[in-house]
Ligand binder design. Structure first.
Ligand code: NAD
Ligand code: LMR
Length: 334
């Protein structure tokens, strides 16, 4: 008998990333060519027409795996029996808005959406938050669904991971699939730590390969500190500056890969997951780690060595996550 269709809810589906996601998901690129899908597109009333337009185009693609598309502005309808949720819709920072204003506006979105997930989603729901500030929005959603195991809530740092791979392929003259063991630690923000200390290229340590190409270990470390880490950590801002708006296709691609690898399994990638205290990250923070999956959710890869410089960078990003959590707590949300 055929596997029943998976219900996938996409919030902010009428926006840019939504448009870049929907057709690839419906074509089977996220769950594979054997899994039928039902799409639920959640929007705010002003975004409904745009999502309805995307739904018309989905129909016109006649994707064999696509069983239905429903557009709604009601979270209880959108998340009903959902097995996968991609939370993309978020309030962007506007002129004169402070960080706390942004957190407050997004708490007003991710709190009710988390509660709706807790009330009506399928028992095995898995959630990835894309909308910024992604880590703390995931924290808010998870806290608003106390009956859903918190490890079902993740946030997207796969885009940062892919950006780091992209920079290394250039520097090393390697293909993306020849690089492994890279890790993004911390927040999806400029404080994140893209870490190559355990990364390998064609079986060789990335640091040694960089040292051979750049003329020594000191030159490799200088390149990592002065070029690689800031470029990856600030790539979102670079895209905004060059394109005039934030990343879309690469973000949608990363979200698809995040869900695909979570479901199909992977020995190593990066994702933000709810900390259980791994590597000294306070329990409950949604922090990016190196993770693996056996098809049943991301787990932190434990036991990696961290030198003092890595430790300091991770601590700085984790401190930012803790400050965001405290700001949300001060608003009475957590
Ligand atoms: P966009 O403005 O084009 O689309 C956002 C959509 O969300 C809009 O259609 C809006 O109507 C909708 N929306 C707003 N509030 C909603 C709510 N309460 N419920 C449902 N829908 C709602 O923006 P975009 O380019 O698609 O980006 C979406 C988010 O993703 C932004 O927060 C952006 O910063 C973030 N982002 C994250 C990453 C990452 O790697 N984590 C990468 C790129 C962008
Ligand atoms: C990105 O990383 O491209 C997004 O999070 C957008 C941003 O504000 O950097």
């Amino acid at each position: 008998m055929a596997t029943p269709a998976t219900t996938i809810t996409i919030t902010g589906a009428g926006g840019q990333i939504g448009y870049a996601l929907l057709f690839r998901i419906a074509a089977g690129e996220m769950l594979g060519p054997d899994r039928a899908v039902r799409l639920r597109l959640l929007e705010i009333p002003q975004g409904v027409r745009s999502a309805e337009g995307a739904a018309l185009e989905l129909q016109d693609c006649a994707f064999p795996l696509l069983q239905s598309v429903e557009v709604t502005d009601d979270p209880l309808v959108a998340f009903d029996n959902a097995g996968i949720a991609l939370l993309v819709g978020a309030r962007p920072r506007g002129p004169g808005m402070e960080r706390a204003d942004l957190l407050a506006a997004n708490a007003g979105i991710f709190g009710p959406q988390g509660a709706a997930i807790g009330a009506v989603a399928a028992d095995d729901i898995r959630v990835v938050v894309v909308g910024n500030p992604a880590n703390t929005n995931a924290l808010i959603a998870a806290a608003s669904a106390p009956d859903v195991p918190s490890d079902r809530f993740t946030a997207l740092t796969r885009l940062d991971h892919n950006r780091a791979v992209g920079q290394l392929t250039d520097a090393l003259g390697a293909r993306p699939d020849e690089i492994s063991g890279l890790a993004i630690w911390g927040n999806h923000s400029a404080s994140q730590f893209p870490d190559v200390s355990h990364a390998r290229v064609r079986g060789e340590s990335v640091i040694e390969a960089l040292a051979s190409r750049l003329g020594g270990l000191a030159a490799a470390e200088a390149w990592l500190d002065e070029a690689f880490i800031p470029r990856v950590a600030r790539r979102g801002a670079e895209i905004i500056e060059v394109r005039g708006s934030s990343s879309v296709a690469s973000a949608a691609n990363a979200a698809i890969e995040h869900v695909r690898d979570d479901q199909a399994g992977t020995p190593w990638t990066s994702a933000a997951v709810v900390s259980r205290g791994e590597y000294g990250v306070p329990e409950g923070l949604v922090c990016s780690f190196p993770v693996s999956s056996s098809g049943d959710g991301y787990r932190v890869i434990e036991g990696l060595s961290l030198d003092d410089r890595a430790r300091a960078r991770i601590d700085a990003s984790v401190a930012e996550l803790a400050a965001e959590r405290d700001a949300v707590r001060a608003l009475g949300v957590l």
